[in-house]
Design a protein around this ligand. Structure first.
Ligand SMILES: *[C@@H]1O[C@H](CO)[C@@H](O)[C@H](O)[C@H]1NC(C)=O
Ligand SMILES: *[C@@H]1O[C@H](CO)[C@@H](O)[C@H](O)[C@H]1NC(C)=O
Ligand SMILES: *[C@@H]1O[C@H](CO)[C@@H](O)[C@H](O)[C@H]1NC(C)=O
Length: 218
């Protein structure tokens, strides 16, 4: 009895763990926003509105880097004019509702990590990024994550804005244009990390094998 409980517990954890990559209702971009907001509120900063129009733009923003991690920080950074010229129209965000971007956080690496780890290990890594996180001008946020061609490298992008929360980054007809692959926050999208981001299939296979071993072990 005691032994089977010891076996059962890890098996259940495996089945329900998002890390197994089989949870189709996951949206890592929403989870990143949750991590940002919980860290901000613990720091007595305001909770930011998760704006889907801004989230979609964050996903478009990543695309400017064309999957090149080493382009972060150099001249691949999209010019401010691109918000009106390409990013907003590609998402179906009404151009006249664009508002100032009050901060951006961007990171890229070849390994896929959980949203919590992306937040604490790669996006927030120095005093400067902490300052961006806690900036009092932010009212809203949009986040996105994408893999290139359904695999590594994985880009994480967070855009903050100081615009009015319900009248900026407004989506035409209330829905974002399809901008997959990738996941963005605020749109109630079912964005499975495995399906949309191309997280290694072997992980799912390993998950299934271990789950099967568990079932057999019982
Ligand atoms: C907020 O995030 C920073 C960076 O990861 C971390 O150092 C700090 O401890 C976090 N604060 C809370 C309250 O979780
Ligand atoms: C907040 O916005 C004001 C007005 O745009 C600007 O002058 C100020 O530097 C901003 N504060 C921070 C912390 O970025
Ligand atoms: C947006 O905010 C204004 C003023 O606070 C309010 O009157 C309006 O109903 C809000 N619109 C939506 C869609 O929430």
């Amino acid at each position: 009895m005691a032994i089977s409980a010891w076996i059962l517990a890890p098996c259940l954890l495996l089945f329900f763990s998002p890390a197994s990559g089989t949870d189709s209702t996951n949206n890592p971009a929403d989870q990143l926003v949750a991590a940002i907001n919980s860290n901000r509120t613990a720091h007595k900063s305001t909770k930011l509105f998760d704006n889907p129009g801004l989230g979609c733009i964050a996903l478009q923003y990543i695309k400017a880097y064309q999957g090149q991690c080493d382009a972060l920080g150099d001249n691949k950074k999209p010019p401010d004019s691109s918000f009106a010229d390409t990013l907003a129209p590609n998402c179906g965000v009404e151009a006249q509702t664009l508002a100032p971007i009050s901060g951006r956080l961007l990171a890229c690496q070849s390994k896929y990590v959980s949203p919590d780890q992306a937040f604490s290990d790669i996006l927030i890594r120095n005093a400067e990024s902490l300052q961006i996180l806690y900036n009092k001008n932010h009212t809203q946020v949009g986040a996105a994550v994408t893999g290139t061609d359904g695999g590594a490298p994985y880009f994480w992008c967070v855009l903050f804005s100081s615009g009015k929360t319900n009248s900026t980054f407004v989506l035409e007809g209330g829905v974002a244009k399809t901008v997959h692959p990738g996941c963005f926050s605020g749109n109630n999208d079912d964005c499975s990390g495995a399906a949309r981001l191309g997280i290694g299939l072997w992980k799912m296979v390993a998950g299934v094998l271990i789950a099967m071993a568990c079932a057999v072990g019982l």
